[in-house]
Design a protein around this ligand. Sequence first.
Ligand code: SAH
Length: 398
Amino acid sequence: MSGNISGDRDGARPGVQVSARGAARWRAGHPWIYRSDVLAEPGGEPGIVSVTDRGGRFHGHALYSPRSEIRLRFLSASADPIDDAWWTERIRAAAARRVGIDATAWRVVHGEADGLPSLVVDRYGPYLVAQLLSAGLERVRDDVLAGLREALHPDGILLRHDAAIRRHEGLSLEVTLAAGTVPQIIEVAEHGIRYRAAPWTGQKTGAFLDQRENRVLAAAHARAGGRALDLFTYHGSFALHLARRAAEVIAVDASAEALARAAENAALNGLTNIAWREANAFDYLRELERREERFDAIVLDPPAFAKTKASVAKAVGGYKDINLRAMRLLTAGGTLLTCSCSYHVHRGDFLDMLAAAAQDSGRRLELVTLTGAAGDHPEIVNVPETAYLKGALLRAVD
Ligand code: SAH
């Protein structure tokens, strides 16, 4: 169909004109068009716009963020208006893709990967915790909320709008209740383990849902009756799964507050074989190495060491340090589940780092499997930005 820079067919908003390179990006399956590929824009207000090229050809509807480097986020190639019924349909389709998850909390909408760019929605039982992470999306908040209510019928919707990324969009940071009620603490059941999520104040939307499958994986490979070590444990979620299999688990975090929540979670599950240690994981690993301690299963799930491109080299040095020490602590046949959630450290960098760590560790490591975020956080190959969490399960050969 044909479009016009000066007006959308549905008359909603004036259009944005993009370069051939910008349009090609959409054709290649990437939903973002950057500022440098925008030829003409209405300026001023964010929202939903129609997008055309220099020749006036219509390319679709997009979220428009006038102050962001990411100016346009593709929504639909159709000329039909994007209204609350549209949001309902897309959210419903995203929800329908999540089937058979053995947990009461999971990600229902994973932004770009679900064709709903800059929208994140996590379900905790009957409650939703959502993040509208672009100015264009924030402008249509009422329609998005209507779509969430209609598609998912939640008891409450909390907006965790304290994510720093909103600053790039010129948006304020806040946590607000958008509908119904959402408790401070919600108990989650996950593969037979119970833990408490804190939607109002916890990290991300209240818990690390993206690691759910990796927690099961780590426990499945841990030697029954063995010794396990969980570094950067936060609320203990890996440790809880490991403790059902191992005889003894040591779980380490630098935050006393996180460990207090972790201990509550252990009590909730009647687990008494986890020792919680408040320590810097880097120092603690050195100490364990000095004492020649050995573990049959180790989990390394640190925070993102590389927050920017510029800090990648330093971050990789940090990852290598903890990984090579963890490798040295493994018993023969012991397993290490190691992760990085730094988007800027790509999968190739991560694997190179592991190879270098293995070489320096003096141990030989078998790659049992590569892993990533759980299936409810899909990764789209065309959109490298959706690939932030990388993991590898390694086994000490001898
Ligand atoms: N494994 C957790 C998530 C880890 S989040 C899960 O799946 O739920 C990262 C954690 O690392 C936070 O709890 C933070 O307090 C802790 N942390 C950050 N730097 C640390 C350090 N140097 N030593 C130990 N813990 C650290």
